[in-house]
Design a protein around this ligand. Structure first.
Ligand code: FMN
Length: 333
């Protein structure tokens, strides 16, 4: 299908890219449980793509159920970024590409990648132009408010728009803030008002009920939800409820565990039996803040086979029945 950010019905509600989290298995779960229009896949290194790194190339596989899907890439060399996008487009044809210009982690920024590009607007523009010249799908850019000054995103967004970006997502914190403090949706609004392309608001929309406030304050065309979807892929269906004037749906323990089992199956299909261990990060989110689930946590986190984990999950449902709904929680990794 062809994706046109400007023509999509508003508000646009989508899954934000998260390294080690928004892989193919999780994107499928989101599509199965919610009605998210678009999912953003975790970032891949443009250099690793160009080296033909099998693991990286595998991360760009797309199951048809995940579409429309945006593949995020990071890097700082315009030619390498363009060539990596061309390679991925040829292999998997994602419906769009996104460039990470917001990651604050040292191993990314020290090489002029991620948020460091906000200090190099000319280089950022070159990357946009180079990628746009080789891809035939939309290009979006994910940024922060700035490196240290929250007003930097205003001029930076104009530069990206002039270079040809089709959409910008702004995480309402600066790089120096990392994940501290509260996302500033008002600061996002200043950049939104400075450009004509669609802008998505990101940061701290961890419960469906916050969507309307985030949209009203930021004036944005939509929301990218990250941590709010971890352990709660139903957030997109809950957002639909809220936008339709209904209370957000409540997820029963049976439904929660059925989804966890399905996610586990998809995760193990993607990573092999060792996936039982790497799935623990998702288990933590699925049962965070659920009264009564705490006493199962240690056992769930030591299970070493899918059979064992499924038995424990069955025991959890049998003990807790249609337990209390989860109170949505937050917190960076
Ligand atoms: C575990 C984790 C991994 C992340 N990985 C990425 C990534 O690969 N690319 C990216 O642009 N942002 C990444 N982010 C940032 C999120 O997409 C998002 O901008 C941030 O968490 C704020 O949104 P939230 O408050 O809805 O979580 C990551 C965040 C987390 C918690």
């Amino acid at each position: 299908m062809k994706l046109d950010w400007s023509a999509l019905p508003k508000p646009i509600i989508a899954l934000s890219p998260m390294a080690d989290m928004t892989d193919s298995a999780f994107c499928r779960i989101v599509k199965e449980t919610g009605e998210s229009w678009v999912v953003f896949r975790e970032m891949v290194s443009s250099e690793a793509v160009m080296r033909g790194n099998d693991k990286t190339l595998g991360m760009t596989d797309i199951h048809p159920e995940e579409r429309p899907l945006i593949q995020q890439i990071f890097g700082s060399d315009p030619a390498t970024m363009a060539e990596a996008a061309r390679v991925i487009a040829q292999r998997h044809a994602p419906e769009g590409f996104d460039v990470n210009m917001g990651c604050p982690v040292y191993k990314i920024v020290h090489n002029f990648n991620g948020a460091a590009l906000m200090k190099e607007p000319e280089l950022a523009a070159k990357i946009v132009r180079a990628m746009k010249s080789v891809i035939s799908v939309p290009l979006s850019i994910k940024i922060r408010l700035g490196w240290s000054d929250p007003a930097e995103c205003i001029e930076f967004s104009k530069v990206l728009e002039a270079a040809g970006a089709d959409l910008i997502t702004i995480h309402g914190r600066t790089k120096t803030q990392g994940y501290a403090g509260i996302a500033d949706w008002t600061a996002i609004r200043r950049a939104k008002e400075a450009v004509s392309i669609p802008v998505l608001c990101n940061g701290d929309v961890h419960r469906a009920e916050l969507v309307q406030e985030a949209l009203a304050v930021s004036g944005c065309d939509g929301i990218l939800v990250a941590r709010g979807a971890l352990g709660n892929p139903w957030i997109f269906a809950q957002i639909d409820d809220v936008l339709a004037g209904r209370p957000p749906r409540v997820v029963s323990m049976e439904e929660r565990v059925a989804t966890v089992k399905r996610h586990l199956d998809l995760h193990v299909a993607q990573y092999g039996e060792r996936g039982v261990v790497t799935f623990r990060k998702h288990l933590s989110w699925y049962f965070k803040g659920i009264p009564g689930a705490k006493r199962f946590r240690d056992a769930l986190h030591t299970a070493s086979s899918r059979v064992q984990l499924n038995q424990l999950l069955d025991a959890l449902v049998a003990t807790m029945g249609n337990g209390a709904p989860r109170s949505p929680s937050t917190g960076a990794k």
